[in-house]
Design a protein. Structure first.
Lengths: 435, 293
């Protein structure tokens, strides 16, 4: 599975027996205990563990909720209310799941921006990155369908608006869009049939995500982790074993993250949602403003920034699809933005653009809001299509440290400085006390 | 250099937390800006809890004023006894249920007929109408909604300029402000006044300065002098604002009956998490001390 040598020695007869048949202990040892992690990772590298926790938490709370939830148009809204009122600890489990979705996205956005900042998508991690984009897509689909399940006003109308987007395909082939929309709905309008199939898919997709996550971790463990310097592991002293170093850091970061998580669950369970979703779905009453959950707002802003319906749909999907191509769009000779004095500014402009699009996505599509949504939509795409390739080949990066060790200890501090470039991460199996 | 390495992640984390604020602030959108005052609720913020005495007064207002038109059909009589609520005496609530004017439709009985029977502790606080159609017919076309989730189904909107959103949201997150719905309901109840001279009020409508569009079908439920006289020992005197505040608190409980236990658990969880986080931090420090980093 990975390119570092196994250090696992079965200690007992049973362990040996297992090792010859299904070397699971060896796998765990090599990949999660003795795995070499760059010694210079900062706390932004803890989000992988946090995201794994989020996925597990969503699955566990979700399974419990599904035991009490009723996916019929008549009773869905009532059953969610009943979970909060009458199911033992339902008042706790339901908000953990609802807030958990938001926390999942908060963590994934940080994880993605970290990847962009430090060039974690660059060779040889293209597959790793693209798997990440697929995980993000699966998360979005799961979250969208999950948001439909409480069957409140915002659920119903969000489903109506978003599924209706596909009808714009009629502009390409007459009838195609309408057919797709009816196929999604399972009828001629959003109904209980739609809700029921969304529930089925909402239960399925997390397991698809789980599979993708395993591939994502596999790819990560083949290439090894990127790190703030963007220089690969070359010698033993560049890395530390995952246990206890990275594990200790991850555990601390996870609990720090849980403080924010708990704060929202226990003190602000409604804060990240929308009040209209406490009104049961009513096909006859359209809410004055239909807005998606906060984590979809930037994409919603892009959708509405384009004056043409089909164009908007294409732009919205393109804004996610484009992420899969950035390993080849970025032409810079270095990975990490740390060594890119000019690009650094553009990176933060991208962050600001995403926040601004989020803000604009919640505003009505009128007046100056539309103007600014267009400006920021333009920059969003320009960042990847213009800034990344052009600035990448023009900019003179700062000089890179010779190795990770050097980036941590300075030139004098690294004794075993190897001058070779790139290559697979070397093994780092030395016991900590050797250092 | 050193500083930069330390702070880049921190800066990113702050930006991301701000992003949540940004976005949810922006959930409020459009329309004419109405300013709603923030009221001081006993159950507000991260420490607030319901005051059972106030909830009892609030229930009285609901019973004597609101219940004439509005149901509370997600709440059961037994809830009125449970901790975290008005905590009425169980016997009193049994009597209350039996005497509740809107009886429970049950059945079919052995003859195959549906029948009406008095409510029990396990039954809902039924409203006066069989269904929305009957309600509309009785109310001149306007539908008096069920109030069980009202304070969670409404919110107040912040119409601050974009650059204020992040600080405002951070303030709300840190102070645990989630009483927008209560602020709205309270404002609405005390927001009735004569329409301005240039305002054209439709037939049968009432002017309310806090209602979107200012025309509301519901007539002023609590008059200026108040509507409900409390008992001697209820801890408050009748007035419009007092009645409105009490019934709002009661509805907030009806919508979120686990608020007390949730916030109590919240502090235990936070203390546990803070201590564990601290311990993990020191463990991490100690482990990483073995190497230079």
């Amino acid at each position: 599975m990975s390119s570092h040598e196994s250090s696992y020695e079965p200690k007992s007869a049973t362990a040996k027996w297992w090792d010859e048949r299904l070397p699971l202990p060896r796998l765990m040892n090599d990949q999660f205990i003795d795995f070499p992690t760059p010694r210079n990772l900062n706390y932004l590298w803890t989000f992988g563990g946090i995201l794994t926790f989020c996925l597990v938490a969503q699955v566990v709370t979700g399974i419990v909720l599904a035991m009490h939830y009723n996916s019929t148009a008549v009773d869905a809204f009532n059953s969610v209310d009943r979970i909060r009122r009458d199911v033992n600890f339902g008042w706790l489990i339901q908000p953990i799941h609802a807030v958990g979705g938001s926390m999942f996205f908060l963590a994934v956005y940080l994880h993605m921006f970290r990847g962009i900042y430090y060039g974690s998508y660059r060779a040889p991690r293209e597959i790793l990155w693209i798997l990440g984009v697929f995980i993000f897509l699966a998360m979005m689909a799961t979250a969208f369908m999950g948001y439909a399940l409480p069957w409140g006003q915002m659920s119903f109308w969000a489903v109506t608006v978003i599924t209706n987007l596909f009808s714009s395909l009629d502009q390409l082939i007459p009838g195609l869009g309408t057919s797709i929309v009816q196929w999604l709905w399972g009828g001629y309008s959003v109904s209980g049939t739609t809700l029921n199939r969304f529930f089925s898919l909402h239960y399925l997709l997390p397991f698809v995500t789980f599979g993708l996550v395993i591939l994502h971790i596999w790819a990560l463990h083949v290439c090894g982790q990127n790190n703030p310097s963007g220089v690969e592991i070359k010698t033993k002293s560049d890395s530390v074993p995952m246990y206890p170093y990275a594990i200790a850091k991850d555990a601390f970061a996870l609990f720090a993250f849980l403080i924010i998580f708990a704060w929202f669950v226990l003190f602000l369970p409604d804060y990240l949602g929308h009040a209209d979703n406490f009104i049961a779905a009513d096909p006859l009453v359209t809410p004055p403003h239909i807005v998606p959950e906060w984590y979809f707002l930037p994409f919603y802003a892009i959708l509405r920034a384009i004056p043409d319906k089909l164009g908007g749909v294409i732009a919205m999907f393109a804004s996610i699809a484009i992420l899969a191509f950035i390993p080849w769009l970025d032409r810079s000779p270095v990975r990490s933005t740390k060594y890119r004095p000019i690009y650094k500014w553009f990176f933060w402009l991208l962050v600001f653009t995403c926040l601004a699009l989020g803000y604009l996505g919640a505003k009505p599509a009128e007046g100056t809001y539309v103007f600014w949504a267009r400006v920021f939509t333009f920059y969003y795409f320009a960042h990847f299509l213009i800034v990344m390739p052009i600035l990448g080949s023009m900019e003179t990066p700062k000089s890179l440290p010779g190795s990770i060790t050097e980036s941590v200890l300075g030139k004098g501090g690294s004794k075993s400085l190897s001058s070779g470039l790139g290559g697979a991460p070397a093994g780092a199996t030395a016991a900590p006390e050797d250092r | 250099m050193m500083l930069q390495r330390k702070f880049a992640p921190l800066r990113m984390a702050l930006v991301a937390i701000a992003a949540i604020g940004f976005a949810s602030a922006a959930n409020a959108a459009g329309g004419e800006a109405i300013h709603y005052d923030r009221h001081d609720w006993t159950y507000g913020g991260v420490k607030g809890q319901f005051d059972p005495i106030q909830l009892r007064r609030g229930f009285q207002v609901y019973q004597e004023v609101c219940a004439a038109c509005h149901g509370l059909e997600r709440v059961r009589f037994r809830n009125l006894v449970e901790p975290g609520g008005p905590q009425f005496d169980e016997e009193a609530v049994k009597t209350l249920a039996t005497e509740w004017p809107n009886q429970i439709v049950d059945g079919p009985n052995d003859e195959g007929e549906m029948f009406e029977r008095p409510a029990k502790l396990s039954d809902i606080l039924k409203g006066p109408y069989k269904n929305a159609k009957e309600a509309r017919a009785a109310q001149g076309g306007a539908y008096p909604p069920d109030l069980s989730l009202m304070t969670r189904a409404r919110n107040v909107h912040t119409d601050a300029p974009w650059y204020i959103h992040v600080p405002l949201m951070m303030r709300d997150i840190i102070t645990g402000y989630q009483e927008g719905g209560s602020d709205y309901v309270y404002s609405l109840l005390i927001g009735y006044e004569d329409e301005p001279a240039d305002f054209e009020l439709s037939e049968g409508m009432n002017y309310n300065k806090y209602f979107a569009g200012h025309q509301i079908a519901m007539a002023q439920p609590i008059p200026e002098e108040g509507a409900v006289e409390y008992q001697e020992n209820a801890g408050a005197k009748m007035s419009m604002k007092q009645n409105a505040e009490d019934v709002t608190a009661f509805l907030a409980w009806a919508a979120d009956p686990s608020l007390n236990s949730r916030k109590q658990l919240g502090w235990s969880v936070l203390i546990y998490l803070l201590i564990t986080t601290l311990l993990l931090y020191f463990a991490k420090k100690r482990i990483w001390k073995r190497i230079k980093h």
